[in-house]
Design a protein around this ligand. Structure first.
Ligand SMILES: [Zn+2]
Length: 753
């Protein structure tokens, strides 16, 4: 037993330890023949004065692994000491660079400054052996020489504390985990339509009113006092993480307007928003009192955050209120502006000038490019890479966080760890001489669908992949090699009780259509995973449930309209997490049959491809789940050929409706049937439930169907071809936040019975 353990560790030292660290060292990593060993069961830390904070963090981290707190001693700059040594090294070129040099009786971590030394500390911590018990069980490990420095200087996480409030403890836990992987920017999203989270002494109602919203007739929310904010900033500062506050303007400001109605164009009392999306009540750009309010707020913000940047948002600001506001129109005239887009630029420049006078630069979302780039602004590109590219070409610094790779609120079926790992923050079109304008990137953790207890599982491990992209900028993205290191790294997270999530969708569903039956094969991503599933048939009168099938072997037959609840239990390292996944499948006459579409589905919403509407896979509550097919601004017509004349009792469709995302159920849906594909009989035109209305909340699927029993004495139609026509409502209606913009139609399946 003992000898096999030894072999195991030797194996590790030869094969793996060189590649243990995440992010991977960029300059050199050389294992040497030495073994470091702590003398006499005692491990001491020696440090220069300027690295005392880093020495304390090193001691705290060793305690997590070994239940032992090393003593910290002042180093005189000369003596050859036994133990761990932190010291200045001016051979290190970059501010955040470091060296780790391990010999028989000394581990020397060095850098130009404390940030570099801390990165060295966390590289070291990632490599020391994890054993139970204090040092009397021995403390020794292999020796290496590491030289390392980052590629990008801005390696961040955005955490939205507006949609869901995150406790101080959760934020600190997140910061510490970020530091473990050398992330150095915490972008703190503090104001939203659904909640204002930062105490402003001059405007107390921002938090007493704007900090809370009604959820199920209860107040939900919270805010950070200025004292708590100072505490978090100082905690982050200790970890060399810069905290950039985001105070959104002119949009996403409903909570502020609910607190002080004079801030808006209308001046009317509104409530803190309870739904998600984009809302048309924004700060009035024509009202001097509103501009003064923003400056007052920012003055207090500036006093709390030492970072050189303030993020001012600037995204998703509908201009409909400004178009109809006499004050805003007067401002456009007085300032000789062309339109509302330029009014937004004017407002942001006012704010930028004010912040500049306090020594701060602004960061804004790429929408602030629309009226011309405000001077000195850093652009954060989220609607793809285009905004960032454009800004960098105009010599503006940019931070990349495109929805394609950096949105951690998206499900793993859209963005998994591998996808994040493939991200390249430098657009291929950007010429070499402008590359330095790309400061780095951020993972964006929006929290509409992520309350505090779910947020860590969404951030990690995907953010760890981003950390390697930004620090190491691997030329060849060898994902299997990274994945192997990541799996070993989970033991660090387990030790710290960090509830990280899955690396990728834990199970894949494959459907096979055979002899007019639909079979679903469930494939596990990880063989150690325990799978359970339950099915619920929801088309019959009585709902039938089959439960607790311990494991899934072989395909599951879907003989009727069937809903499968699949419970996935998965062990990774020492953690034991259980996640639920729900997928809906339907078996019906048109399954796998030929279908002709008179439109081209949006590339982003193919819904399973050209046969996606007859594949048996229904969509879920997330319109991005890959099962919904969509077009924008157009009607839809589909013709299905059943291959032979069949008796049909029912044709049904399902439509997604989510006004805030510009997705509307159809104006109406018409169903036709034909024997020969030329002569069509209209069965019915269905108005798809009640009409849309401004007060209609939420997102959901609405069904439409035609039943033969309503039209024929026999209870069925005879036909070979089925045609469905859906009329789009066209443009978003007047009451909408984006009136006149082309609306979307979303459908998941045409079910023929
Ligand atoms: Zn106005």
């Amino acid at each position: 037993m003992k000898s096999s353990l030894v072999v195991f560790f030797i194996g590790l030292s030869v094969v793996y330890w060189g590649q243990m660290i995440i992010p991977q060292p960029t300059k050199s990593y050389v294992p040497t023949k030495d073994i470091f060993e702590a003398k006499d069961g005692e491990l001491a830390i020696w440090t220069e004065k300027m690295f005392l904070n880093e020495a304390e963090i090193l001691a705290e981290q060793i305690k997590i692994h070994r239940d032992y707190i090393p003593k910290i001693h002042h180093w005189d700059g000369k003596s050859n000491v036994n133990g761990l040594l932190l010291k200045t090294n001016l051979d290190v070129v970059k501010d955040e660079g470091y060296h780790v040099n391990i010999q028989k009786n000394q581990v020397c971590i060095s850098g130009r400054n404390p940030a570099g030394v801390l990165h060295g500390v966390f590289s070291y911590i990632q490599m020391i052996p994890i054993k139970k018990g204090p040092l009397d069980s021995g403390y020794s490990h292999d020796a290496w020489v590491i030289e390392d420095e980052p590629k990008f200087i801005h390696r961040g996480l955005l955490l939205d504390c507006g949609r869901h409030f995150m406790s101080v403890e959760k934020i600190k836990e997140t910061l510490l985990t970020m530091a473990l992987y050398k992330m150095n920017v915490f972008h703190w999203h503090l104001t939203e339509d659904q909640g204002w989270r930062i105490e402003i002494k001059k405007y107390p109602k921002l938090t007493s009113v704007g900090g809370y919203r009604l959820v199920n007739e209860q107040n939900y929310g919270g805010f950070y006092t200025q004292e708590q904010i100072r505490d978090i900033v100082s905690y982050a500062n200790r970890l060399h993480i810069m905290v950039i506050p985001e105070i959104e303007l002119p949009g996403h400001s409903v909570a502020a307007i609910a607190s002080y109605p004079f801030l808006s164009c209308m001046g009317q009392q509104i409530s803190v928003e309870t739904d998600w999306g984009v809302f048309k009540d924004i700060y009035c750009a024509g009202n001097d009192k509103t501009i003064q309010f923003i400056k007052d707020v920012l003055d207090e913000v500036v006093s709390l955050f030492p970072a050189p940047y303030i993020h001012i948002g600037g995204d998703e600001a509908p201009k409909v209120r400004w178009e109809n506001c006499t004050k805003c129109q007067k401002r456009i005239k007085d300032e000789h502006l062309k339109n509302e887009a330029e009014l937004q630029t004017w407002m942001i420049e006012e704010v930028a000038k004010h912040l500049k006078s306090k020594g701060k630069d602004i960061i804004g979302w790429d929408e602030i490019l629309e009226g011309g780039i405000p001077s000195g602004a850093v652009i954060q590109s989220w609607r793809g890479m285009q905004g960032g590219l454009e800004a960098a070409q105009h010599n503006h610094a940019v931070v990349m966080s495109p929805t394609s790779h950096c949105y951690l609120d998206y499900g793993l079926d859209g963005i998994d760890t591998k996808k994040v790992y493939q991200f390249d923050p430098i657009p291929s079109e950007l010429t070499q001489d402008k590359h330095h304008f790309v400061l780095g990137a951020e993972g964006n953790m929006w929290t509409e669908r992520a309350p505090e207890n779910e947020v860590t599982g969404k951030i990690f491990p995907r953010l760890i992949a981003l950390s390697e992209v930004l620090w190491s900028y691997p030329v060849q993205r060898d994902y299997p090699e990274f994945e192997a290191r990541l799996k070993r790294s989970f033991s660090l997270l387990d030790k710290r009780k960090v509830k990280y999530g899955f690396m990728t969708t834990p199970v894949q569903f494959q459907t096979v259509i055979e002899n007019e039956n639909l079979w679903v094969q469930i494939q596990k991503e990880n063989p150690d995973m325990n799978l359970f599933y339950t099915t619920t048939h929801f088309d019959s009168q009585s709902v039938e449930e089959v439960q607790d099938i311990v494991d899934v072997n072989g395909p599951i037959a879907i003989r009727r309209n069937s809903k499968i609840n699949l419970q996935v239990g998965m062990k990774l390292g020492g953690s034991n997490q259980v996640n639920w996944m729900t997928r809906i499948f339907a078996n019906h006459l048109a399954l796998g049959k030929d279908i002709l579409l008179n439109y081209t589905p949006s590339n982003a919403y193919l819904g399973g491809g050209l046969k996606g509407l007859v594949d048996g896979c229904l969509g879920g509550a997330n319109f991005r789940d890959g099962n919904w097919q969509a077009v924008q601004g157009k009607d839809m017509e589909m013709v299905i050929d059943l291959g032979k004349i069949e008796s049909i009792t029912e044709v049904s469709t399902r439509w997604f409706h989510y006004a805030n995302a510009w997705i509307f159920r159809p104006e109406d849906v018409s169903y036709f049937i034909s024997i020969d594909g030329n002569n069509w009989k209209l069965l019915n035109t269905d108005s798809v439930g009640k009409r849309t209305h401004p007060s209609e909340p939420g997102e959901f699927a609405v069904s439409s169907k035609v039943l033969a029993e309503d039209y024929t004495a026999y209870g069925f139609f005879m036909g070979r071809y089925v045609k469905v026509q859906a009329r789009s409502i066209g443009k978003c209606p007047d009451w909408h936040d984006a009136p006149g913009e082309p609306s979307w139609l979303f459908i998941d399946e045409i079910i023929v019975r």
